[in-house]
Design a protein around this ligand. Structure first.
Ligand code: NAP
Length: 266
């Protein structure tokens, strides 16, 4: 039996176990997906221990995504983003990936939204914002990053290269954009949107990384403005799909994984 899992602290309410186990069931793979919650200072021992015990793959979440980068061989994209959310232990050394980026691009592809040559605005410059900004830039978007702390947006734009940046007062740029991604946590705890509704328009495709609630205020107002809306569960799904495919080398059963995820979110 293969063992996969998620390492984070806390990991109590993770939706990854049912999502991945639905994939094993659908494809008849003898595997389990379990959660691990090491103490914050024990992540080095946890990664080494998982490797020694023959764990096949781990997802990594808060607060370990940055620290795991130094404990594995990161692929070039994970190194540029500065965070690892997926570790593959099947090679000689643990290999680190960032599948949040694929979570973004595959969500847009699934909704037939082209990215190459499009103007994109990313709100947020934290962990998710970094993955989103690199993913969109690598897909050929002209990226603008707007963040509450404008300096963090500027640092990220520098790291991405060729992107522009500013504070939340630059969100007026959404009026002329094709693509908008919310990568802040606004909308999670309360019914608020990080983007003024008057800048939303019908030619826009909006992805909200927030997946709880699934229908955020931003997505509601974007739909009212006639925009294409993509909820954060799609990004969560496709980062998991990408991780599954990295670990197994097989096409993921996307519908089965999506069904398991949506059943837990409704
Ligand atoms: P993080 O590293 O803590 O970054 C938080 C971001 O939100 C920062 O840009 C922060 O701005 C901004 N922010 C927080 N409160 C704000 C407020 N009141 N007004 C304006 N901006 C505010 O968190 P993260 O890991 O990037 O996660 C962000 C969100 O993405 C979370 O809701 C998380 O669940 C979601 N996420 C979803 C997926 C998925 O697969 N769907 C994957 C990863 C993350 P400052 O820099 O100014 O503090």
């Amino acid at each position: 039996m293969q063992v996969f899992g998620l390492v984070g602290n806390p990991v109590g309410h993770s939706l990854s176990p049912p999502m991945h186990e639905a994939a094993y069931d659908a494809l008849g793979i003898d595997a389990r997906y379990v959660t691990f919650e090491p103490a914050v200072d024990d992540i080095g021992r946890a990664i080494g221990g998982a490797d020694a015990l023959g764990v096949t793959g781990l997802n990594v979440t808060i607060p370990f995504k940055q620290r795991v980068l130094d404990l594995v061989d990161p692929d070039p994209l994970a190194a540029r983003i500065g965070a690892v959310n997926t570790v593959d232990f099947t090679g000689e050394r643990p290999r680190g990936y960032n599948t949040d980026a694929a979570g973004v691009t595959r969500s847009f592809a699934h909704h037939d939204v082209p990215l190459d040559g499009r103007d994109a605005v990313v709100v947020g410059a934290g962990g998710a914002g970094r993955a989103v900004a690199f993913a969109l830039a690598d897909s050929g978007c002209d990226v603008h990053i707007a963040n509450r702390t404008a300096e963090k947006a500027a640092e990220l734009a520098d790291a991405v290269g060729g992107a522009s940046a500013g504070g939340l007062d630059t969100l007026d740029r959404v009026r002329d954009a094709d693509v908008l991604v919310n990568a802040t946590s606004v909308g999670m705890e309360s019914d608020e949107s990080p983007v003024p509704r008057e800048v939303l328009h019908p030619a826009l495709a909006v992805l909200d990384a927030v997946y709880s609630p699934v229908e955020t205020r931003l997505l509601r107002e974007a739909a009212e403005a006639g925009a294409t809306t993509i909820d954060g569960a799609w990004m969560l799904l496709f980062q998991g799909v990408e991780a599954f495919e990295r670990w197994t080398g097989e096409d993921a059963p996307v519908d089965a994984m999506n069904g398991a995820l949506r059943a837990r979110l409704s």
